[in-house]
Design a protein around this ligand. Structure first.
Ligand code: FE2
Length: 209
């Protein structure tokens, strides 16, 4: 009887639904802007005590960098909004965009705990100094579906449309001049940096109303 079914084959195509859009860009010819940002951040760090957010160790400026970051900060915000607009569609109306910006200076051992940015549309990071390569300090973006895929079997991974088991987090090892944008609801953090020197990044919250 079983032999009657031996010829059954399944024809199926796999769909990856509900893509999570992130952008990992690199700014060309941005060295003068990046150098100006580095200078203004170092000046601010020398004159202002930082605040404490998701950072463990390191200096985190207030979120008013557009007030003291000069033309370079304004230019960076402008670029981030342009990139965010490219990844956004609204209901026919064009919203008003605004940006809050702050600087992070991270010495060896510093990290950022996993967090999200409530009330924000897109989160962005621009990298001014990334320390020694291969020494940690990567940005990680967590699979927002966690822990659903692993509820029945720890270590389970569904095979993605590319044929590979899907990662539970995506890591980015940034370079000076890199700009990363991701949805602000997406939990993310920074791995501990173990190399020498200091890392400098600029974070931005992009709002619409
Ligand atoms: Fe963040």
């Amino acid at each position: 009887m079983a032999d009657d079914f031996a010829a059954i084959r399944v024809r199926a195509e796999q769909h990856g639904l509900f893509e999570t859009t992130i952008l990992h860009g690199h700014l060309a010819d941005a060295e003068p802007m990046t150098a100006a940002l580095e200078t203004v951040i170092r000046e601010r760090q020398a004159s202002e005590a930082g605040i404490s957010r998701s950072n463990v160790g390191g200096w985190h400026s207030k979120t008013d960098m557009l007030d003291w970051g000069g033309a370079a900060a304004a230019k960076l915000a402008d670029i981030a909004v342009k990139m965010a607009k490219r990844m956004s569609r609204f209901d026919g109306r064009e919203p008003e965009w605004s940006v809050r910006m702050w600087a992070n200076v991270s010495p060896p051992g510093a990290l950022n705990m996993s967090h999200a940015h409530p009330g924000v549309l897109w989160a962005a990071v621009y990298y001014v100094a990334t320390g020694e390569p291969g020494q940690g300090g990567e940005l990680y973006l967590e699979d927002p579906r966690f822990p659903l895929p692993q509820m029945t079997w720890p270590g389970f991974r569904a095979i993605g449309a590319d044929g590979a088991p899907q990662d539970t987090e995506h890591r980015i090892a940034p370079k000076r001049g890199d700009l990363v944008l991701f949805p602000a609801w997406m939990r993310h953090g920074v791995r501990p940096y173990l190399g020498g020197g200091e890392r400098i990044s600029i974070a931005m919250n992009l709002y619409v109303k």
